[in-house]
Design a protein around this ligand. Structure first.
Ligand SMILES: Nc1nc2c(ncn2[C@@H]2O[C@H](COP(=O)(O)OP(=O)(O)OP(=O)(O)O)[C@@H](O)[C@H]2O)c(=O)[nH]1
Ligand SMILES: [Mg+2]
Length: 378
């Protein structure tokens, strides 16, 4: 009998191995495979118990092969706020860069309930039949609070989400619009490297988020609904000035006639407005995301837009300036964070803020003084 075998007390004398209790080899660390915290010596967790960690190569290869699980993991990595993840994500993105850019980036905006998700489902399914590969993203800084667009997308895009040539990613949760936009931009690049050649970005038509999405896409489509009595709301708000197309949705049933009237009103107003894209006349159209009527037409408008702007060089020059704007926005964000973390600034700020709030110091002079402090001067 070996050292690990022990005979129970009640076993008959001279009993053999059949009564022996054996002490099994244990796992290193605790029973859950995690390193034990007791004592001072930490046994490393054996590799087979660790969560798999992927290399840059794994991510890049997975994305390029359009492995959906790896694509999802890469986007999660890109969306992470952890410093270590960010570095890895940037390495992965750097490797993917040569394979990005080969897509048509389309922003879709409109008030809540205008039918954006339903429209994306209809358009997505339509163009997949034409041989395109479609990625759907959302920029909705409020979705982390309301869960709105995520819930909506799941139910509205059921047919599209079952398509093999489609990849749907809800809005990254949490954070400022700037943070959400950075993540969505990088997610867009990952999707392009994976071979998705049409990127559809849904955003709520309220506030700053549509301006942000305009700065990430080639074609910006504004969805409207007729019959609300405020047909020209968009025009009044100046939003139409960023749109390359205005689409009056829900042009079906009894609403069809109202939709046509609204389209004509937009059409008239648009003639007097500065176009959003140089050399392109923004027009108004009608469609029904529910019946599919008008979807073919809007796709051919988008294709015309691409042809025309590629020919004139506007497509390329807009992309270049969008990327540069992105660089400068990122720099601004980082410099601002660095500035606010600087120990001398941290020390001086409350007093200077108080002086400004009390009206004892002009804000410009205060800012200048803080910048001098940041630069190491008195
Ligand atoms: N009759 C009709 N109803 C539509 C049409 N498109 C969308 N709807 C309906 O309008 C409602 C809202 O549609 P969604 O696609 O969720 O709208 P959304 O703009 O994505 O909404 P949010 O994501 O909440 O901003 C749903 O009940 C749709 O079924 C359409 O073309 N015709
Ligand atoms: Mg929606």
């Amino acid at each position: 009998m070996s050292k690990k075998d022990k005979l129970p007390e009640w076993a008959p004398q001279n009993a053999g191995e059949e009564f022996a209790c054996r002490v099994m080899d244990g796992v290193e660390g605790g029973h859950d495979g995690l390193a034990s915290c007791a004592g001072t010596s930490h046994t490393p967790v054996p590799a087979k118990y660790r969560r798999p960690s992927f290399t840059v190569e794994d991510y890049v290869e997975g994305v390029m092969k359009r492995d959906r699980a790896m694509l999802g993991r890469t986007i999660t990595l890109v969306e992470s706020n952890s410093h270590a993840h960010m570095e890895l994500a940037q390495e992965v993105l750097g490797r993917l860069m040569p394979f990005t850019g080969n897509s048509m980036r389309i922003g879709i905006s409109g008030v809540p309930g205008a039918g954006k998700s339903t429209f994306i489902e209809a358009l997505g399914c339509n163009i997949i039949r034409r041989g395109h590969k479609v990625a759907v993203l959302a920029v909705d800084p409020s979705s982390s609070i309301t869960g709105g667009s995520i819930l909506g997308d799941k139910t509205r895009m059921e047919r599209l989400s079952r398509e093999m040539d489609c990849f749907i990613r809800p809005s990254p949760s949490g954070g400022t619009l700037g943070g959400v936009a950075r993540k969505s931009r990088e997610t867009m690049l990952v999707c392009e490297a994976a071979g998705y050649d049409v990127i559809l970005i849904e955003t709520i038509g309220v506030g700053q988020s549509e301006i942000t999405v305009r700065s990430m896409v080639d074609f910006f489509l504004l969805l409207m609904v007729a019959g609300a009595g405020d047909e020209l709301q968009g025009i009044k708000r100046g939003v139409t000035e960023i749109a390359d197309g205005i689409l009056v949705n829900k042009a079906d049933g009894a609403n069809k006639a109202f939709a046509k009237v609204a389209r004509n009103e937009y059409e008239r107003a648009l003639q007097y407005l500065q176009p959003a894209t140089k050399g392109w006349q923004t027009k108004a159209y009608t469609c029904s995301a529910l019946t599919g009527e008008g979807i073919d037409e809007i796709w051919s408008v988008i294709e015309d837009f691409r042809k025309q702007t590629t020919g004139s060089g506007v497509f390329e020059s807009r992309r270049r300036s969008q990327t540069l704007d992105w660089l400068h926005a990122t720099l601004n964000e980082h410099l601002h964070a660095l500035f606010l973390k600087h120990p001398s600034v941290v020390k001086a700020l409350p007093k200077i803020e108080k002086s400004v709030a009390d009206g004892k110091m002009p804000p410009t002079a205060a800012a200048n003084q803080l910048i001098r402090i940041f630069g190491g001067k008195k």
